[in-house]
Ligand binder design. Sequence first.
Ligand SMILES: C[S@@+](CC[C@H](N)C(=O)[O-])C[C@H]1O[C@@H](n2cnc3c(N)ncnc32)[C@H](O)[C@@H]1O
Length: 415
Amino acid sequence: MIIPNGDSHVPDVSIATSPNDLASVPAILKQISAQGEQLSTTQDYDSRLQLLASARALVQALETPRETMIKHIWAQPAVQVGITMMYEAGVFHVMARKNGPITVKECAEATKMDPNLLARLMRHLGSMGHITETGVDEYTPTNFSRAMSLRIIGDGYPCIINGLFNTLSKYGEFTKAHGNKMVLSHTDTPLRYAEKVDMDVFTWLRSLGLGSHLNNHMAGYHQGRPSWMDPDVYPVKDRLIKGADTSENAPFLVDIGGSTGHDIAEFLTKHPNHPGKLILEDLPVVIDHINHLDPRIERVPYDFHTEQPHKGARAYYMHSVLHDWPDDVCADILKNVVAAMKPGYSRLLINECVIPDCGADWQATALDVMIMIEFSSSERTLADWTRLLEPAGLRIIKVWGGKNGTESLIECELA
Ligand SMILES: C[S@@+](CC[C@H](N)C(=O)[O-])C[C@H]1O[C@@H](n2cnc3c(N)ncnc32)[C@H](O)[C@@H]1O
């Protein structure tokens, strides 16, 4: 839309260089001070998140629109590209190994990167605070850049930037070509439009050699967040273990689309005295590439569009699976779960966001937009979940947890 010259609703240009909300700064600072004290006393997760939200509000209030704009469209894309290139070349690993001041020259020699190129990328990461400048062309790693040696933190960058960014940048074009309508279809997708391929996201990423990057990224995404299987979220003993079939071969928990098994391995660690069997299901290409998994967990290559091989489990579990697909595909996946469930005994546990009608957390809204573009699907509200689950023959018993943008546990049974 081109705004005509002289449109009286366009604000005066001075707004571009005025802080966004200077008037709110004293109140935010007071809040920060109180929250800082609270955090130093309790050191707890919620207090840290509250202080972080206030710190973000402070930055936003102090920035001018011009500064915010430059940050969004220059600084952040440059960070994303720089980090991806340096990660792929192994620069963060070299920095972590030295764990003290290191020169650009040393990093370039160790990684075969062009020193002139690396100097410019590192200078930007230094100015953005992701590495610490200690001299001319010399830096030390921060906590963040040290963590970039871990695949669960680093692998998300090539996965998104190299694998999916083209689709993100063409999304506006795709939508315009569809009369500015949101299209949620598993056949007519932004990915197919942008990349001119006939593949879903998983197949596409694997074709680029980024399949394991996605698995590691998923594992990293869940780190450090409250987990549904903790007693203060979902009482596993009362809801699942009590009343479960105790025979050795009875399927207890089936993790459908469980990737390389990080969730079910966590379950085994936290609930080692569970009855029956723990079963991990995913596509053969994923199951075949598992490096480490406790042998007590059964690995089953399985396509969730086919009949569920494990009947009458105490619980079927899906984490970040249904949000990858539009409703019609989810209905097909659910049909196979429902057919395997034992009335009055089996539960379906869906570990996903339940987006609140108001006040959604930024991590959930970010995920929702990424999911809309990359998977033609949605993070769902409670109304969306009910609309999806009821026609499949399921009833939501209770929604557990879900604070601070974390995923809830939607506990269902046969209706
Ligand atoms: C977004 S990942 C979530 C993985 C894991 N549940 C987690 O939360 O980390 C979706 C998973 O669904 C699996 N998947 C995709 N299509 C599948 C299919 N047809 N049958 C079984 N699993 C499938 C993928 O391989 C991937 O591991």
